[in-house]
Write a protein that binds this ligand. Structure first.
Ligand SMILES: Cc1ncc(C[n+]2csc(CCOP(=O)(O)OP(=O)(O)O)c2C)c(N)n1
Ligand SMILES: [Mg+2]
Length: 787
């Protein structure tokens, strides 16, 4: 009986199948060649290995083919397995969105990036990837963002898409995937596909057999549909033949490592092994005889993830609804390359001879290696080009958007909480509450989110006003039962607070997703996330990830530092100021007074929307400080640049105290004590160590980068002191956040701050023990003059 033609059985038009097959070959070749060129043909000036991942690319060329040239629509958004970057760029090249020059400069300065980058690549990257796991999880949060926009009536229906991640199977070991899975379930996310390139190899080795089927359970428990694409059509046909079921059972019980090793060895090894294990089973010998060695090898590696029909069929079926779906596509790492299956192939590079053999085998004429349609006849090339031009993703529908700016209330119209004694944390809550009540357009675009610290970071007032965001209305049971509570939390479509569980990775990924709303959907959101300052470290890679792709948000970290007092050493943050200074894409502020905070927040809402802007980190405290009387408004302009003289130094002053944040009272007390001893002692209030440092760096750099030499703000401020002056710097955090100021004009520094773990205690005890009190400041000042 003739074998049923699966093409006809699936109604997959023959041309589509042929073209997709040709594309898969092009992608496999171009990715291999791009990496080969970077490593072996392009001139090397430093002797460093350039790298690239030929095996990881070949593992998913079929998946990318079926996605990009069949399943994806222009409104869909994709996070690509980081080390499949060359395949992604090759696909963009075939689609006319990537240049040959960029491919030739893969991993070279200004060329295509090693891992897809939203900000650095010139082609159409939706999400940057690189740190494995994060690109996967952001798709779930982007779908939540999409739901949020839709619920608020801001989503252009033409822009509603599916959020897709392609990932390596080793990425499934990353904890952030499961943190996200739990959150995604709670929020009932829709329209997400995760496609696992299930080659059962990681970087180091083949992966544990014990995980077979476990992922299905985990994802199904979390409400996902799991589609396992284990078999290619040719395999299914073989299984239907006499003896075929034995072959199938053998494959199913074969260990990952053995399958990989046989894949590397090829047809003769497969035959020998299968005959040894199955030779006495009925019909098996005859079945194997039907294939020559090359055919048997092709059959054995023709798993679901390398079968266009299998993939297309699965994607088409899943596209019928919006259920989040995990595709486990069985693949071969290094498929079709001499590296295939070898356990060490992750960073392996084909030799020049191997590439040459592949070129010949793939019918690519010498000299035409970069040609998109190399080796095809003119008619075939035209047909393929027409096919590609007709695929949905290649359509000219715009994929990058700009959002209308949301007006920020002018100074004077922006709320500044009043009160003699206030903490920056409480004031932050009051500013948001006032904004919420004001009905300003800005307030409508604010969306807050917090990993289970909404109340304790003072977001409660805003949430009372604006409600929780829920895809379905939820009642406030306590309120309905008339049980008194200051929190009135109704949930529904109009809500503006996205509640999260404790996992901090999710906070940053949610901020990243919300913060990409403008470029991805053309609608500006102003996300504000709150977290306890010490737990920034818990999600630090996700924070870096958010900044790396230029997502825009405000991170409010509070409480912070030793000033957390009775909470003790595990909660007292120490080096977060250094994160604030060091993190690109983020500007760190630590205001002492609430009028500064209001000014910083006003600036931040503009900065979050500016083309050359970024995200903002506010390090706040629960310590209540007596607010300062302002004789005038002059402080404002300097504060906006990062620091201002709270007490201007006298002419030729030989010393200044430079401080940041919550220790202001100790600083003022010490300044008073020192007033008689040091003429014209200045007190410099650093509102943003980050801004100040960045400006100093930029100013110094200017002379060499063509921007011209200019005086930095720090230089200008410290210019008020005599050149031989000394500085006492003090911050409730790592002293390096301020001590660098000594280098600006070559001044001596006596630095105060934390360089060991804190402990429980009240502030007088703790500040004395850790030398943050007035006495320590006085001593540090003396130290300047004693040396
Ligand atoms: C957070 C993080 N840790 C480590 C790495 C280094 N790394 C890159 S890929 C990889 C594993 C690759 O295995 P898999 O995800 O299965 O992809 P494959 O190449 O097999 O398709 C590792 C450990 C990384 N990129 N990110
Ligand atoms: Mg793998």
């Amino acid at each position: 009986m003739p074998i049923a033609n699966p093409v006809l059985a699936n109604d997959l038009p023959e041309r589509r199948l042929r073209c997709l097959g040709q594309i898969e070959q092009r992608l496999r070749w171009l990715a291999t060649w791009t990496i080969h060129n970077a490593n072996h043909l392009r001139e090397s000036r430093d002797g460093l290995k350039v790298g690239g991942h030929q095996a990881s690319c070949a593992s998913m060329t079929t998946i990318i083919t079926a996605l990009n040239f069949h399943a994806l629509q222009p409104q869909d958004r994709v996070a690509v397995k980081p080390h499949a970057s060359p395949v992604f760029h090759a696909a963009q090249y075939l689609m006319g969105r990537q240049t040959r020059d960029q491919l030739e400069r893969f991993r070279a300065f200004g060329g295509a990036q090693s891992y897809p980058s939203r900000t650095k690549d010139q082609d159409d990257v939706d999400f940057s990837t690189g740190s494995v796991g994060l690109g996967v999880a952001i798709t779930a949060f982007e779908s939540l963002t999409q739901d949020y926009l839709k619920a608020h009536g801001w989503l252009d229906p033409a822009r509603e898409g599916r959020m897709v991640a392609t990932l390596g199977d080793a990425e499934l070991d990353e904890g952030n995937i499961y943190e996200c899975l739990i959150e995604a379930y709670k929020h009932d996310i829709r329209n997400v596909w995760w496609i696992v390139d299930y080659n059962r190899q990681s970087l180091d080795a083949t992966t544990a057999d014990r995980m077979f089927d476990r992922f299905d359970d985990i994802f199904e428990t979390a409400g996902w549909r799991v589609v396992t694409l284990k078999w290619g059509k040719a395999q299914e046909r073989a299984f239907a033949l006499p003896g075929g079921l034995h072959l199938r059972h053998w494959i199913e019980s074969c260990s990952n490592a053995e399958y990989a090793a046989l894949t590397y060895q090829g047809g003769a090894a497969w035959r020998e092994r299968l005959l040894r294990d199955l030779g006495d089973r009925p019909h098996v010998r005859a079945l194997l005889k039907g294939y020559d060695d090359a055919g048997l090898h092709e059959l054995m590696i023709g798993l679901g993830g390398h079968c266009i029909e299998t993939l297309v069929e699965a994607f088409d079926a899943a596209a019928r609804d919006d259920t989040p779906t995990l595709f486990i596509a069985y693949t071969i790492k290094g498929f079709g390359l001499p590296l295939q299956g070898h356990k060490d192939n992750h960073a392996g590079l084909m030799t020049a001879t191997q590439v040459e053999t592949l070129r010949v085998a793939m019918g690519v004429p010498k000299g035409q290696e970069w040609e998109p349609y190399a080796g095809l006849s003119a008619d075939e090339a035209k047909d393929l080009a027409d096919f590609i031009a007709g695929t949905p993703l290649t359509s000219p529908a715009p994929r990058r958007f700009r959002a209308e700016p949301v007006p920020v209330p002018a100074h004077g119209a922006f709320p500044v909480p009043d009160g003699r004694e206030q903490s920056t944390q409480a004031a932050f809550g009051r500013i948001l509450l006032e904004l919420a009540k004001s009905g300003a357009p800005l307030a409508d675009r604010i969306v807050t989110t917090s990993p289970d610290v909404t109340v304790s970071t003072n977001l409660g007032g805003f949430v009372n006003q604006r409600g929780l965001f829920r895809r379905r209305d939820s009642a406030d049971v306590f309120r309905d039962a008339k049980i008194p509570s200051p929190q009135r939390w109704l949930g529904g479509h109009a809500g503006q607070h996205v509640e999260l569980g404790i996992a901090e990775h999710n906070l940053f990924l949610n901020l990243a997703a919300l913060g990409l709303s403008a470029p991805l959907f053309g609608e500006r959101l102003l996300p504000i996330g709150t977290v306890y300052d010490p737990f920034i470290s818990r999600g630090l890679d996700s924070l870096n990830y958010a900044c790396y792709q230029d997502a825009r948000f405000m991170l409010v970290a509070t409480p912070s530092g030793l000033t957390l007092g009775p909470e003790g050493g595990a909660h007292q943050s120490i080096y977060t100021p250094l994160i604030g200074i060091g993190q690109p894409g983020l500007t760190y502020f630590e205001p002492a007074y609430v009028d500064e905070l209001a000014e910083v927040m006003r600036w931040a809402f503009g900065h979050m929307q500016a083309d050359d802007g970024g995200s903002v980190y506010l390090r706040l405290t629960t310590r209540t400080l007596a607010q300062v009387e302002r004789p005038d408004d002059l402080w404002r302009a300097d504060a906006a640049k990062g620091a201002y003289w709270l007490k201007a130094p006298g002419p030729g002053s030989a010393a200044a105290i430079v401080f940041c944040g919550a220790v202001a009272p100790e600083v003022l007390q010490a300044a008073e004590q020192l007033a008689d001893d040091i003429d014209g002692l200045g007190v410099l209030n650093v509102v943003s160590p980050g801004l100040l440092h960045r400006d100093w760096m930029a100013a110094r750099r200017g002379r060499w980068t063509g921007a011209g030499r200019r005086t930095s703000h720090a230089e200008a401020l410290l210019g008020a002191l005599t050149p031989s002056a000394g500085l006492v710097t003090i911050i409730d955090g790592a002293p390096g956040a301020l001590s660098w100021l000594g280098g600006v004009r070559g001044m001596r520094v006596s630095a105060l701050g934390l360089d060991s773990f804190g402990q429980v205690g009240d502030l007088p005890d703790l500040y004395r023990r850790y030398r943050l009190d007035a006495e320590a400041i006085v001593d540090a000042c003396a130290d300047l003059f004693l040396d």
